[in-house]
Design a protein around this ligand. Structure first.
Ligand SMILES: [Zn+2]
Ligand SMILES: [Zn+2]
Length: 187
């Protein structure tokens, strides 16, 4: 009697193990099928937040401007350095260092041939970097709209008393343009 009960319990245990095994396998199969199925649910064009979609479209519109990042003389060469006069980006072969700045082949002779004078100095502070941005904007406009060349040097001065470095943006112009440069930069 006891033996029969033991055999029955053993069989039931075995059945339980088999059932659990089958169940586990079925659950495993179900998940395995479901995972790729979920991936198929994702459409080829994923759904993004409308704002993100808009931003992506905006960025696409910017894409043609990427040609600006290439040298105007060598469309295959990426631009590396900006000319301090015209602000265009040139490849290594098209730009030369001079003093602390770089100049394109067109504007290097302009730098060499003329005497340049300091016209305007702006003390920049890290608290208000906008000042510097405005100065560079004005300098760029002078060249693009009025064809008046200037370049901006960055000068650093160590303030010994207070032990910090002061930064100055110094605008240079050729003598004949000094007045008009001053007028445009002071405003
Ligand atoms: Zn240039
Ligand atoms: Zn080039």
């Amino acid at each position: 009697m006891e033996q029969t009960a033991l055999v029955l319990i053993s069989i039931m245990n075995l059945l339980l193990v088999i059932i659990l095994g089958v169940l586990g396998f079925l659950i495993y199969r179900l998940f395995k099928q479901k995972l790729p199925a979920q991936n198929q649910d994702t459409p080829a064009e994923p759904h993004y937040h409308p704002d993100i979609m808009k931003r992506m479209k905006d960025m696409e519109r910017l894409r043609p401007k990427r040609s600006d990042l290439f040298c105007p003389n060598h469309p295959d060469e990426p631009g590396e350095t900006t000319c301090a006069i015209c602000d265009r980006l040139f490849c290594k072969a098209c730009i030369r260092p001079f003093k602390t700045l770089h100049f394109c082949k067109e504007h290097l002779p302009l730098i060499m041939k003329n005497e340049w004078e300091e016209v305007f100095t702006l003390k920049t502070s890290t608290h208000d970097p906008e000042d510097g941005v405005r100065l560079y904007d004005a300098k760029k406009r002078l060249f693009e709209e009025k064809n008046i060349p200037t370049y901006v040097e960055t000068h650093y001065k160590i303030n010994v008393d207070q032990d910090f470095i002061e930064t100055y943006l110094v605008v240079f112009s050729i003598p004949e343009n000094i007045e008009i440069v001053k007028e445009n930069l002071q405003s």
